[in-house]
Design a protein around this ligand. Structure first.
Ligand SMILES: C[S@@+](CC[C@H](N)C(=O)[O-])C[C@H]1O[C@@H](n2cnc3c(N)ncnc32)[C@H](O)[C@@H]1O
Length: 221
């Protein structure tokens, strides 16, 4: 069923960190109803159906934007992003290229939320920073008593390189670090160790790092 052209929307739907149980029903509803569906390879293989016209998002983001520009003239377009759209996703790029009035955002669970949940730890007062394709400001990385960091990573800025950086910013060698990888997948792994040991171990890429004092005790309580 097509919609009035004034009501046509680019629906940016979060799919959660991996396992479908963390995709909100609201996002699932929009994804299933989509005529035009964009997403990464994994998202498309998990969610796309045969009657949908799909576009696989790669590093060539301009092509993805062109697909949206073309299809939005016909019907709603649904863009699937990992985790929650409001947290370091393609939403920023879409907002730069289309009017906010054309965009609808459907939240899901962020990998960051799930990492804190796995440690039974509140993220209310945590400093959340991204090392995913960027480096946070020096000021934000500095050690402060009671500070808890929640960090997105990538291949270059991984559990090893980030631990070294934090040691340079005054964090103590025995500060706790939780290395949370493949969250929600069957091979999910959470390693609780110290910054000193993580800086001296094999790097773990694309994970969430939670850094602070006494995380281990908090986790075990
Ligand atoms: C571009 S960010 C996307 C964040 C996403 N919008 C969210 O809310 O979770 C990608 C980074 O998120 C983290 N990430 C995403 N899914 C993850 C998972 N299942 N387990 C651990 N970390 C994950 C990794 O740090 C990865 O490099």
């Amino acid at each position: 069923m097509s919609v009035n052209h004034l009501e046509k929307k680019i629906i940016v739907a979060g799919i959660g960190p991996g396992n479908k149980t963390y995709t909100t029903p609201a996002a699932l509803e929009k994804i299933q109803a989509a005529k035009f569906l964009l997403g990464g390879k994994r998202a498309l293989s998990d969610f796309a159906s045969e009657n949908q016209e799909t576009f696989s998002i790669t590093s060539d983001l301009e092509s993805a934007l062109n697909f949206i520009r073309e299809k939005i003239l016909i019907d709603n377009v649904v863009v699937m992003v990992s985790g929650d759209p409001g947290y370091f996703s393609m939403l920023d790029l879409i907002r730069k290229n289309f009017s906010p009035s054309k965009i609808e955002v459907i939240p899901s669970i962020s990998a960051m939320q799930l990492a804190f949940a796995k440690l039974s730890l509140s993220w209310s007062f945590a400093k959340l920073l991204s090392f995913h394709g960027r480096k946070p400001a020096d000021e934000d990385l500095k050690f402060e008593k009671g500070k808890i960091l929640g960090l997105l990573t990538d291949a270059e800025f991984n559990s090893k390189t980030i631990s070294k950086i934090l040691l340079e910013f005054g964090w103590e060698k025995n500060s706790d670090i939780a290395i949370c990888s493949r969250l929600s997948y069957p091979d999910e792994k959470i390693i609780l160790t110290t910054l000193e040991k993580a800086a001296d171990s094999e790097p773990i890429k694309h994970c969430i790092l939670i850094v602070g004092k006494n995380l281990t005790e908090i986790h075990q309580n």
